[in-house]
Design a binder for this molecule. Structure first.
Ligand SMILES: Cc1cc2nc3c(=O)[nH]c(=O)nc-3n(C[C@H](O)[C@H](O)[C@H](O)COP(=O)(O)O)c2cc1C
Length: 356
């Protein structure tokens, strides 16, 4: 079943070259104000065809809200948003040649001849637009509670910038500034180098991946449960619904392996009122429960599978080994378009964790 969530339920639907794509969200309380211009801006952050760093496929990605919002407020009933596909070019896709790294083989294994392979079908990164629509609503509900979510590109290929965890007193203003950037990095000079890596890979008929680091500031203490509903589990489970996400770490994550307890631990401090931690190596979660510090996690995004370089594959009609050079319109790097998807998916996970 293609449904996610406990207190809210989300389903995303559509195929890349079908009639349209979108999401159904149930469980959002009634009477909450929703700004449709904000949804539009979030959709634009993911939309394709905006610059040389992304696929030239041009899609306006305008959402038509079919139900659940009336007079700018949630009705409490299922919210449905649909985005029509307008710019498809199905001739670029050949059913007999499997694209290495994509889901052509697994789609075929699961759905057989009924698998809509055009443009990656239901496995296309385009389907993530539904997550952005649903998450743009979740972000607004969380904002009313004082929670701000933002992200930056921490790494493209081997070019890296500092982590949110290295910033003393991470502020909402920085997250807001990052959200307004087409290429969200803290240090624009490093950002230039990252963009050059993407262009170099594209010129070489190749692609690159990277890391998106996401933060949620203002999350109340005490959200989540120790084991199966740990906030880490909830965030992780929805992150893997984003195509091309292959890893996740919370706080210092895999770097903990080379630290001592004395540097890994976050020392407690108080201003006489509140307890906080001097560092945030644990990324705002202990024992599966939020501790009031910013939630900080990173996801690894693999290089775009569809590349123009020659690769070995199988022709499934002839059952012969052969090669493939993928034509068509593809992102030389997915990371910059996926940043908003990660933020929106995080918003859905936090809303699910925090709704009473
Ligand atoms: C925003 C976004 C854009 C994507 N663009 C492309 C693309 O242009 N070409 C491609 O082959 N894969 C693209 N992908 C990735 C594939 O959809 C994904 O690798 C594929 O479905 C296999 O899933 P997996 O990588 O999670 O195993 C994109 C993913 C996202 C999130």
């Amino acid at each position: 079943m293609n449904v996610w969530g406990n207190k809210i339920k989300i389903s995303i639907f559509g195929e890349s070259h079908g009639g349209g794509i979108g999401a159904v969200i149930d469980g959002i309380p009634s009477g909450l104000t929703i700004d449709t211009d904000f949804i539009k801006r979030e959709m634009q952050r993911r939309a394709p065809g905006q610059n040389k760093l992304s696929t030239p496929r041009k899609e306006a990605d305008e959402v038509e809200i079919l139900s659940g919002i009336f007079d700018g407020k949630t009705c409490g009933t299922p919210i449905i948003g649909i985005i029509r596909n307008t710019n498809t070019q199905s001739k670029d896709y050949r059913k007999n040649l499997l694209r290495p790294g994509h889901a052509d083989l697994t789609g075929l294994l699961k759905y057989g001849d009924s698998h809509d392979f055009r443009g990656g079908g239901h496995f296309s990164g385009r389907i993530a637009a539904g997550l952005v629509f649903a998450g743009a609503i979740a972000k607004q509900v969380l904002k009313e509670q004082g929670i701000t979510i933002g992200s930056h590109i921490k790494q493209i290929h081997n070019v890296k910038e500092n982590s949110f965890l290295d910033i003393d007193n991470l502020q909402k203003d920085l997250l807001a500034e990052l959200t307004s950037k087409a290429f969200p990095v803290i240090d624009d000079t490093i950002g230039e180098k990252m963009q050059q890596e993407i262009l170099n890979a594209a010129a070489d008929k190749d692609s690159v991946g990277g890391i998106i680091e996401c933060a949620a500031i203002g999350t109340p203490e005490g959200w989540g449960s120790p084991f199966f509903s740990a906030v880490e589990s909830q965030i992780s489970s929805i992150m893997f619904s984003i195509p091309a996400v292959k890893g996740i770490e919370f706080g210092r994550g895999f770097d903990f392996a080379e630290m001592y307890g004395s540097t890994a631990n976050d020392p407690f401090a108080t201003d006489g009122n509140k307890i906080f931690t001097a560092t945030n190596n644990n990324g705002g979660i202990n024992g599966g429960i939020t501790n009031g510090m910013p939630i900080v996690f990173s996801v690894a995004v693999k290089p775009t599978p569809s590349i123009a370089k020659v690769q070995n594959t199988v022709d499934i009609e002839k059952m012969e080994n052969t090669t493939i050079e993928i034509i068509g319109r593809h992102d030389p790097c997915i990371v910059q378009r996926a940043a908003v998807v990660v933020e929106c998916a995080a918003a859905l996970a936090l809303l699910d964790a925090g709704l009473i």
